[in-house]
Design a protein around this ligand. Structure first.
Ligand SMILES: [Zn+2]
Length: 400
């Protein structure tokens, strides 16, 4: 399957890919290395051991301060507990080794990575972390098939490329400004940050989208700093603000109406929460000091009332005994999780011992709605129009 995909990409992009497959360095071939930032992505965490395979590898060993060249195919293995020894006092991550191959590709865990792989030793555990160091533009092209869909129209992927590049540069800036020495990487390859693929995930549309937007990011009108750009799968009718979801304000965001995602994916979702679980949720809210201490026995005795709720409300109101609480709709999702609350766009009702939730959309609802972007691209709109819809107070800037 992997071979098939590779051949498919190679055939479609014959002119570009044949040199990659059969000669030297894909990264250098695809992108002019000098002006493009290098990003460090955490691709493996808490590993007991690390095995990296490649051809014509150069290895820099940070502990021994040596540089070694291995001709031909080589397997490099690290048993991470071995390095605890006298390093057991360490309080932060340290670099162990950096590997690169003349082919531009290294294999780890049956995946092929472009660029360099850096092995670091975690601070406390006898474990390693693995960091992939690659050109930001390669990172973006490998991310598009994972964070969106590599087969989607190029204009939708271009909007995603600009959004993801902005987020990545924001995280890179954060690491450089952080005093923390243990920040050996810029961001994680996980839902915590952004998910990127590896070499075989690349599609022609993803590659085209990254190249056609090279160096482009979104910036707010009135700030010199790069601020984070967020995106999600489907807003279900409206987008919301970062502050509503994570509590911290991010400049430039506005909530926008979106009908574009309406006809894509499931029209709505439903969930149920038993009253007893809702009481536990209230206990959590009190513990987190999100609401004042309140006697929850009124809820147990059915002496409470939920105000009529609608999609358009960003919070719901509940009367408990003598108290009334206005709760942000993002709190239940944070507590009950994404399976019960696929999105923050819903309305809630109470019916004999249980709460009934009907929702639309998928994801946190902040920033660009990906299915909305798909719809706009299918209707012939370009990525600038798509970005302007979801980020009307941001402007497109070409950094390099
Ligand atoms: Zn939408």
């Amino acid at each position: 399957m992997k071979l098939f995909l590779f051949l498919f990409v190679a055939i479609i992009y014959g002119q570009i890919f044949f040199p990659i497959a059969f000669s030297a360095t894909p990264s250098k071939f695809l992108y002019k290395a000098s002006k493009i930032p290098i990003i460090k992505v955490m691709v493996g965490k808490n590993l007991k051991d690390v095995e990296i395979i490649g051809t014509d590898i150069t290895r820099k060993n940070y502990l021994k301060k040596t540089l070694s060249n291995f001709d031909g195919r080589k397997k490099v293995y690290y048993s991470c507990s071995k390095y605890l020894g006298k390093e057991s006092y360490r309080s932060e991550s340290i670099l162990l080794a950096s590997l690169k191959s003349k082919t531009g590709l290294l294999s780890f865990d049956n995946k092929k990575y472009s660029g360099n792989l850096i092995v670091s030793l975690g601070p406390k555990e006898q474990r390693c972390d693995l960091i992939n160091e690659l050109s930001l533009e390669e990172y973006i092209s490998l991310l598009l098939p994972k964070e969106m869909n590599g087969a989607w129209p190029v204009e939708a992927l271009k909007a995603q490329a600009v959004a993801a590049r902005t987020y990545a540069l924001y995280k890179m800036g954060q690491r450089k400004s952080a005093a923390s020495e243990d920040a050996l990487f810029d961001l994680e390859n996980s839902e915590k940050d952004q998910v990127n693929g590896t070499f075989f995930d690349l599609t022609p549309n993803a590659l085209a989208a990254a190249k056609q937007t090279e160096g482009e990011i979104l910036k707010t009108d009135d700030s010199e700093d790069i601020t984070p750009i967020f995106f999600h799968a489907k807003c279900g009718g409206k987008t919301i603000l970062p502050g509503q979801v994570w509590g911290n304000e991010v400049p430039g965001y506005v909530g926008v109406e979106c009908k574009n995602c309406e006809k894509h994916a499931d029209p709505y979702w439903t969930s149920k929460i038993e009253k007893i679980r809702m009481i536990k949720f209230f206990r959590w809210l009190i513990k987190q000091e999100l609401i004042p201490e309140v006697d929850l026995s009124s809820m147990d005795k059915e002496q409470f009332m939920l105000a009529p709720d609608r999609y358009k409300n960003n919070s719901f109101r509940i009367y408990l005994g003598d108290s009334v609480f206005v709760l942000s709709k993002t709190w239940p999702r944070r507590y009950f999780g994404r399976v019960i609350f696929p999105s923050n766009n819903y309305y809630i009702k109470y019916d004999t011992e249980e709460f009934l939730i009907t929702g639309r959309g998928n994801g946190h609802g902040v920033g660009m709605c990906q299915l909305g972007a798909l719809d706009m691209a299918q209707k012939g709109m370009d990525y600038k129009k798509i970005l302007a819809k979801y980020f009307p107070h941001h402007k497109l800037v070409k950094l390099y």
